[in-house]
Design a protein around this ligand. Structure first.
Ligand SMILES: [Zn+2]
Ligand SMILES: [Zn+2]
Length: 235
């Protein structure tokens, strides 16, 4: 179980099922130390809520509530749908390729699309689900770029739990991250409440490749918070 889950959708995403308070209560009930609400950017129908970013505070002292977003790539120049008005309130910025990007292009195309977006947006902390087979990537180039920029690649529990990414492909991603000394963030990508904080689908993969603990930024709450603090200093 994750102590802090950095990838969680609420009803501010069209695909999320739960309110922020329901997610907070589930996190407390399962003994977690924190969670980040990371709803989709506007391109994917996210209803980013000004009151949430400006005025909402976690009502409990024993839980770290982080505010974030999962952004999308808008064009080949590397523009992403990160609303500048919310940037000062964001604790964590995720970026992933989603279905606003057309399918059917080459590995080279998606790799350079993503790398350009990373280069142009140093405020991005984590690249979500790089093992999405609809958008194949050259893992070595992406891991090298992430490592250079201090970003982490996500190991997404839901992708494996629901068989939406291949295990072989994910293992290959992990091996390349080890070789390139690229950090990973284990996240649940919660849409339904029982998924919150879950990492049990990907833990066996980490064990089987003997993935080094020090490259897992989410290994415990203090490491997650240190990673985010250092990211904020660097951009
Ligand atoms: Zn996503
Ligand atoms: Zn997501």
């Amino acid at each position: 179980m994750l102590e802090i889950d950095l990838h969680v959708h609420s009803i501010f995403s069209h695909c999320g099922l739960h309110t922020v308070l329901e997610l907070i209560n589930q996190a407390r009930a399962t003994g977690m130390k924190g969670l980040a609400i990371t709803d989709h950017g506007l391109t994917m129908g996210g209803r980013l809520n000004d009151v949430f970013f400006n005025r909402f505070h976690c009502p409990y002292d024993d839980l770290e509530l982080l505010k974030g977003i999962e952004c999308n790539i808008l064009d080949e120049k590397g523009t992403i749908d990160l609303p500048s008005a919310f940037v000062p309130f964001l604790d964590v910025v995720l970026l992933g390729i989603h279905h606003n990007t057309p399918k059917g292009y080459s590995r080279e195309y998606y790799t350079s699309l993503l790398i350009r977006a990373m280069e142009k947006n140093s405020s991005v902390d984590i690249i979500t689900h790089p093992n999405d087979s609809s958008f194949p990537l050259d893992y070595r180039s992406v891991a090298r770029k992430a490592s250079d920029m201090g970003m982490a690649l996500e190991l997404n529990n839901s992708r494996i739990l629901y068989s939406r990414s291949s295990i072989e492909d994910t293992m290959s991603l992990l091996r390349i991250c080890m070789q390139e000394k690229c950090s990973i963030a284990v996240c649940s990508d919660t849409h339904a409440i029982h998924e919150l904080g879950q990492d049990s689908s990907v833990t066996p993969l980490l064990k089987s490749v003997e993935f080094p603990e020090e490259l897992i930024v989410t290994r415990e709450a203090s490491c997650t918070m240190k990673f985010l603090r250092e990211r904020k200093k660097s951009c």
